[in-house]
Design a binder for this molecule. Structure first.
Ligand SMILES: [Zn+2]
Length: 166
């Protein structure tokens, strides 16, 4: 039997906001409101232009496996019963990288370049993680439809003293 998953331990307002969206079943990524550069992991200032004004944009969740490895024992107790499993770095189509697992393939079948899509999964009651599953390559290569209902109005956040990271 597996031990409980380690829980996210946000170090700032940006981390906390990312995980609050995941808890709602949404994958939202920070995008600079001034120069439109995506950034992840969440952080308070844009590395491209220095702006601290941010939109939290609902993203496609689609991308490809950029790097992978298979985890075998010994490992941390919380993960020991889950071995072997594939740990991956996924490059989303928006250009940012996320670390996760591909949950619907044997670890040996997870390869670099494989198209994947996020599946926000309730791994324990009340606790969701952004994991990945294999995506259909043909569907993934279709051009973006700008009228897609997936697009939502970004939520703009203007920072003030109460939300700025310490
Ligand atoms: Zn910027």
């Amino acid at each position: 039997m597996s031990e409980p998953y380690p829980r996210p331990d946000p170090m700032g307002a940006d981390d906390a906001r990312f995980w609050s969206y995941v808890a709602e079943g949404e994958l939202r990524i920070e995008r600079c409101a001034d120069c439109a550069t995506y950034r992840h992991p969440p952080r308070p200032v844009c590395a491209a232009c220095g702006s601290d004004v941010v939109d939290w944009v609902a993203v496609s969740g689609r991308g490809e496996v950029w790097a992978r490895t298979v985890i075998h024992p010994p490992t941390l107790p919380a993960f020991a019963a889950r071995t072997p499993y594939a740990a991956v770095v996924v490059r989303l189509v928006e250009g940012v990288f996320m670390v996760g697992n591909v949950v619907d393939r044997d670890p040996g079948d997870v390869v670099v370049g494989m198209p994947v899509e996020v599946c926000i999964t309730e791994v324990e009651p009340g606790f969701r993680l952004p994991l990945f599953r294999a995506a259909d390559a043909g569907e993934r290569r279709q051009p973006e439809d700008p009228s897609s209902s997936r697009r939502e109005t970004p939520r703009r956040v203007t920072r003030d003293a109460t939300t700025r990271d310490a």
